[in-house]
Write a protein that binds this ligand. Structure first.
Ligand code: F6R
Length: 606
């Protein structure tokens, strides 16, 4: 939610900021702006809409030249997308960009209005900009210390003071911010893709730390003004990973990266044929005592947890609850002393998921985070972390991150089965062997892209669409449906196939197509009965089934067959055509696939 970038060095700051913001546009894209030191003044340019609008506006008016600046791409929370609500905010003395939400902005605003300040925008951010001005004593660090103690909420802030040209200040709380360390140039950014072209080295800024960047130095201070020595991190992927690499969209590139993402995540965790998750602070002895697992996540990550529930319960016979993080955190969950809370998050910054993690920790329950972004808040706060090695996921709609989250669910199921003895060592070995074959099979499924495009062309004009499935296929239906609605804007619902006739079947007509997922042999006949029910109401049906499933030409319009693996592994392969179907439907409908309306990646607000 909102992208921040800051640059100080020898290059043209506007160019570097725009380039960095382009890499962060997935975090928000309803307006953009930059502030650059030019001739000892802070010059601000901003515009509603995509970054291209800002570029065009600057072409027509003024493109600041200078070597130090901050930039922002916005996902509106307080105040509609408009030029005036766009960041940066501030005045000629102090200018800021902000990601997050200032919860006490109303009180701050009233206080400042009493002291003669007037406000131009509807944003919460402007209250921080004015507060900085109010507290400014000529000493930026002292001013920031005061501001940190006065503001409540979540924030990552990039700040420039007119009196200190060539210096950027940064602070953060519950919103991500890194400090990129280059040679003769330094950066701040919400995420690594913004700086990877210039440097792979960065510091993770912690809460209540103040970073001070000039072109030749980076200093980080604590709230008492004491300097802190930070650990330097190095990104383990390079610039190509953050580019489209010849694909028309990041989403399709990321769909195609799934075999390698799966391999990178799983291979290092199968040692001598057996699962070894190498979990720090969570020993096998501890895992053996676990009697109940709570998986907590949001959106697609939660859907991965639903598959996890099915797989872990089936294989290891440990009861698993799956919760939406925003519900879990407010429902006073019952957590026992032999429970494990598993938190799943691609970004590692999702506000509700982070709050759920903190709640579990407060209750003294061990926490395991499955996270894609190294050093993210969730990764840092959980007792133990299992990183998914998907590389940067840039498209807003999650695909490869979901795939690797699934892969960890399978590894966990294998590990618990081994520890609990619900499978013999040989059975666990054989299961791990089958997991290692998945990447090649994913390549085969990806060859079905043309078929998926064809099915998409048949369904692209639907106003409503249903996904139905039973058992683990129901979890996939939820994910297939979410993917379709978020990027193609077709209303769709996922339903447990057996539940349709308890009311919802009244919505099925010849104008409401159905995608029926039937990969589970034990449930196949039941699914076919449900397909017959919707077919009898006129629905066109796309059946997704195993390669060896009987022909169903009389009741289905289209069929998509998945290569044969054990039923329990089917979700890994079946996910791919659902992603491709959503992708091609969105493309055919002319939607902005990578940046769907109203959304942003990394939901750092509640
Ligand atoms: C949908 C999607 C979202 C995320 C959700 C959680 O395609 O990407 O539903 O899965 O916002 O995000 P993370 O995994 O970053 O916690």
């Amino acid at each position: 939610m909102c992208g921040i970038v800051g640059y100080v060095g020898k290059q043209n700051a506007t160019d570097v900021l725009i380039d960095g913001l382009r890499k962060l546009e997935y975090r928000g894209y309803d307006s953009a702006g930059i502030a650059v030191f030019e001739n000892h003044k802070i010059v601000i340019e901003k515009a509603k809409g995509r970054l291209d609008n800002l570029e065009q506006k600057m072409e027509e008016t003024h493109r600041p030249t200078g070597h130090c600046g901050i930039g922002h791409t916005r996902w509106a929370t307080h105040g509609e997308p408009s030029d005036v609500n766009s960041h940066p905010h501030g005045n000629e003395r102090v200018t800021i960009v902000h990601n997050g939400i200032i919860e006490n902005y109303q009180q701050l605003k009233e206080k400042l209005e009493h002291r003669g300040y007037s406000f131009l925008s509807e944003t919460d951010t402007e209250s921080v900009a004015k507060l900085l001005d109010y507290y400014y004593s000529g000493d930026p660090i002292e001013t920031l210390q005061k501001v940190i103690s006065a503001i409540q909420g979540s924030y990552a802030l990039g700040v420039m003071f007119k009196d200190n040209p060539g210096t950027i200040y940064a602070i953060r709380k519950e919103s991500p911010l890194i400090v990129g360390v280059g040679k003769g140039e330094n950066f701040i950014a919400s995420d690594v893709p913004a700086i990877i072209k210039y440097t792979k080295d960065y510091y993770l800024l912690d809460e209540n730390e103040i970073a001070v960047l000039t072109q030749d130095s980076v200093h980080v201070y604590d709230l008492d003004g004491e300097e802190i020595q930070k650990e330097l991190h190095t990104a383990n992927w390079d610039v190509e990973a953050a580019e489209k690499g010849g694909y028309p969209h990041f989403m399709i590139k990321e769909i195609h990266e799934q075999p390698s993402a799966f391999r990178n995540t799983v291979s290092p965790r199968i040692i001598d044929g057996l699962p070894d998750l190498q979990l720090e602070n969570l020993s096998d002895e501890q895992l053996k005592t676990i009697e109940r697992i709570h998986i907590v996540a949001c959106g697609t990550a939660m859907h991965a947890g639903m598959v996890g529930k099915y797989v872990i319960e089936e294989m290891a016979r440990i009861p698993v609850d799956v919760d939406v993080a925003s519900e879990f955190r407010y429902r006073n969950p019952i957590l026992g002393k032999n429970d494990l809370v598993v938190i799943i998050s691609q970004s590692g910054e999702t506000a509700d998921t982070l709050a759920a993690l903190r709640l579990a920790k407060q209750q003294g329950v061990p926490t395991l985070a499955i996270v894609n972004v190294v050093g993210s808040s969730i990764a840092r706060e959980a007792d133990s972390v299992c990183y998914t090695w998907a590389g940067p996921e840039i498209a807003v709609a999650s695909t490869k991150a979901y795939m690797v989250q699934l892969s960890v669910m399978y590894l966990l199921a294998a590990k618990f089965s081994q520890l609990k003895g619900t499978l013999s060592e040989n059975e666990v070995r054989s299961f791990c062997g089958k997991l290692m074959e998945i990447p090649d099979l994913l390549e085969t499924v990806l060859e079905q892209a043309d078929n998926c495009q064809y099915f998409a062309s048949k369904f692209q004009n639907a106003r409503d669409l249903f996904f139905i499935g039973r058992g683990v296929d129901y979890s996939l239906s939820l994910e297939g449906s979410l993917k379709l609605k978020e990027i193609s804007y077709i209303h769709s619902e996922a339903y447990a196939a057996g539940e349709l006739k308890h009311g919802t079947i009244s919505l099925i007509t010849d104008e409401v197509p159905v995608v029926a997922i039937a990969t589970q042999q034990a449930l196949y006949e039941k699914m076919i009965s449900n397909v017959k029910e919707v077919k009898a109401r006129g629905a066109k049906v796309l059946l997704i089934c195993r390669e060896d499933a009987p022909e169903q030409k009389d009741i289905t319009s289209y069929q998509l067959r998945i290569p044969l693996v054990d039923d329990i592994l089917m979700p890994l392969l079946t996910t791919v055509p659902l992603q491709l179907f959503a992708y091609y439907t969105a493309v055919l409908r002319g939607c902005d696939v990578d940046k769907p309306r109203n959304l942003a990646k990394s939901v750092t607000v509640e």
